[in-house]
Each structure stands twice: as structure tokens, then as C-alpha cells.
Design a protein around this ligand. Structure first.
Ligand SMILES: Cc1cc2nc3c(=O)[nH]c(=O)nc-3n(C[C@H](O)[C@H](O)[C@H](O)COP(=O)(O)OP(=O)(O)OC[C@H]3O[C@@H](n4cnc5c(N)ncnc54)[C@H](O)[C@@H]3O)c2cc1C
Length: 307
């Protein structure tokens, strides 16, 4: 029996074939998933992921698709889209804080809106950040000095060998746009985040301060957030290096480096993943020629090889 049929039988479901992934990404670009499953619950996600690992089938995870570039030739094997696993609860803890327990597919924006409505503090940095909490944990999404890793109590995963694991925050490490959860291949299914109860107005004002950091970013465009990480250690931010190297406004087909913020690439119509990738590489080369710095990607490449 071919693997898709075996997995369909195991999960008692039908896998979709050749599913376009571009609509599931904020860049609106990229190829098809060879087979595709939007698991209905954590057990189904676990079963599918463990099956793929056991059978040597490539497996890819997509949350909100807001920080990925999918290869133009698409993704072989199985793509898991986590958006259907999206419940969350809040409960008070003995130390006076609150525990937000959220499925990996919860939209971070939805969690933030709940916090704003009921006065929970901790996720204000997520103002303007897209995607799911699972993706945020992989990317350690954040803004200013704040990031999701600082709020983690625990994270539940399916590990490479198909076993379930609950990581305590002390077992994980997070730094600027990096999380130890991305070392190796694993599926995040659920997490617990520690939040504080606050006056609603205070939470709202904090969120507004984070929103004001975004004034100099393109809004309403199809982007994937910042393309490159800031090089750090006393070096200028990536956006500044790109700007000074003359990247602002550079185009490749419908892909264009934002004229508002050079670290954003916009899909202004029907840019393909190849066009976006070529533009990324052209920007990198320009910055390298001007400053000797080879910028590291913040965006995650899925599929490949990329050349
Ligand atoms: C306009 C805009 C502004 C943005 N601003 C910011 C910002 O200020 N700060 C910031 O940090 N980011 C920002 N981003 C980027 C992005 O929103 C975040 O990185 C977000 O947390 C990614 O979540 P996602 O669900 O979309 O992940 P995806 O893009 O779907 O995936 C990202 C990575 O996580 C993996 N992944 C996703 N879900 C799982 C899972 N359940 N288990 C295992 N792996 C998984 C994917 O395989 C991929 O490698 C911005 C994006 C946009 C479009």
C-alpha cells in the first residue's frame, strides 16, 4: 500500500492532493503540497506526524504562513496546516499570575484580542504580529525587547521519534528570533504561557506603544514581516543596511522591496516564490558588497533545494 493510503486508513480521513499553499501564506506565493492535512485535533496531528517520521515521509508544518517562503516546486510528502487546532483557556495560578493554555494553531492576534478585552498583560508585543502561537514559538516572535519565549511556562511537542514531550521553560532557550524548539524536527501541539492580570486600559496602552513601533512598516501589503534578522553585536539593523545599499524599491516581477521599510518584501500582484527568492538574494549580495555583512534570513524557507 502507498503511504498516503496507509495514513488515510490509520486516521480514517482523506488526504488532499496537490493543494496550493500560496493562499495559506501571507506572501501569497509558493508551490503545492503533495499531500495536505489540516488535523482536526492534537491526536490526529500527532498520529500524522509520527507516521511520517516512522515511514520516512517528509513532513512540513504551517501555522499562519506569515514567516515562510514555500519553494516554487512545492513540498513533497505531507504538509500539516495547524489552523484547525485552536482552542485556549485561562486559569489563575497560586502565585497570582494567570496561565494561558493554547493549542498551537491559535491565532496570536485572537489571543491578544482576548487579553485586551479582559485585561491580561504579557502578549502586547504581538500587536501587529500575524500567525499562530505555534509558529511564534518556533520563531520566538517578538517586538522591542519582548518576545513570546519570555512568557513560556511549558510547550507540548511531538518529537522526532513520534513521542510526546512536555518541555518546561527551564529546558528551553530563546533569544532574538531563535528558539531551541527549532533544533531538530518536532511538531508543537500546545503551550502554556504566563500572563498577569492588569487594568484593561494599562494593557491597551502597552499594546498601543508596540503599535507605534510599526509606523515605519508597510501596512496592508502582502509581506512575511522582516525578511532578514538584524546582525546584532553593535552592527546596524538589517533595514538600515538594506536601505543604505540601495535596496529600497528594488523589483523582480511583482516582488518589490518596500519603499517604506527595506527589510520587507511585498508581493504586489502575482510574484512567484522564485521572484521573491531572487530578490532576497539580490538584496543580500548588495548588502554584502556594501558592508561585508551576509544577512541571515528571518523568514523560514520550506522545501528546496534553494539556489
Ligand atoms: C506584516 C507582518 C508583520 C510581522 N511582524 C513581526 C514582528 O514584529 N516580530 C516577529 O517576530 N515576527 C513578525 N512577523 C512574522 C510572523 O508573523 C511571526 O514570525 C509569526 O510568529 C509566525 O507564525 P506563523 O504561525 O505564521 O508561522 P509560519 O509562518 O506558518 O511558520 C513559521 C515556522 O514555524 C514552523 N511551524 C509553524 N507552526 C508549527 C508547529 N505547530 N509546530 C512546529 N513548527 C511549526 C513552520 O514550519 C516554519 O518553519 C510579521 C509578519 C507579518 C506578515
Amino acid at each position: 500500500m502507498q503511504w498516503p493510503a496507509a495514513l488515510e486508513r490509520q486516521l480514517n480521513t482523506v488526504l488532499e492532493k496537490q493543494v496550493p499553499l500560496a493562499p495559506l501564506t501571507t506572501w501569497k506565493a509558493g508551490g503545492n503540497a503533495e499531500t495536505f492535512l489540516a488535523p482536526r485535533n492534537a491526536d490526529e496531528a500527532h498520529g500524522a506526524f509520527a507516521f511520517c517520521r516512522r515511514e520516512g515521509v517528509p513532513v512540513w508544518m504551517i501555522g499562519g504562513g506569515s514567516n515562510i517562503l514555500v519553494h516554487p516546486r512545492g513540498l513533497p510528502g505531507l504538509t500539516l496546516w495547524m489552523g484547525k487546532i485552536n482552542t485556549f483557556t485561562f486559569s489563575p495560578k497560586q502565585d497570582g499570575t494567570f496561565l494561558l493554555e493554547a493549542d498551537a494553531g491559535c491565532s496570536i492576534r485572537r489571543l491578544l484580542h482576548f487579553c485586551l478585552a479582559y485585561g491580561y498583560s504579557g502578549l502586547e508585543f504581538a500587536t501587529g504580529i500575524h500567525g499562530t502561537i505555534g509558529g511564534a514559538l518556533i520563531c520566538n516572535a517578538g517586538a522591542g525587547q519582548d518576545a513570546v519565549g519570555q512568557k513560556v511556562e511549558w510547550v507540548e511537542t511531538v518529537e522526532e521519534d513520534g513521542t510526546l514531550r512536555r518541555w518546561k521553560s527551564s529546558e528551553l532557550s530563546f533569544r532574538y528570533r531563535f528558539s531551541s524548539l527549532r533544533e531538530g524536527i518536532r511538531l508543537i501541539t500546545r503551550c502554556g504561557l504566563k500572563l498577569l492580570k492588569e487594568e484593561r486600559q494599562v494593557v491597551l496602552e502597552k499594546a498601543q506603544r508596540f503599535w507605534s513601533l510599526r509606523k515605519a512598516q508597510p501596512h496592508g501589503a502582502n509581506t512575511a514581516g522582516c525578511v532578514f534578522k538584524n546582525p546584532g553585536s553593535g552592527k546596524e539593523p538589517a533595514g538600515f543596511l538594506l536601505d543604505r545599499s540601495g535596496c529600497k524599491g528594488m523589483r523582480n516581477g511583482d516582488a518589490r522591496v518596500s519603499i517604506i521599510h527595506a527589510n520587507f518584501i511585498e508581493n504586489r500582484g502575482s510574484a512567484s516564490a522564485s521572484e521573491i527568492w531572487e530578490l532576497i538574494q539580490a538584496c543580500r549580495r548588495k548588502v554584502y558588497e556594501a558592508s561585508g555583512i551576509w544577512l541571515e534570513l528571518e523568514v523560514n524557507l520550506l522545501g528546496g533545494p534553494w539556489d
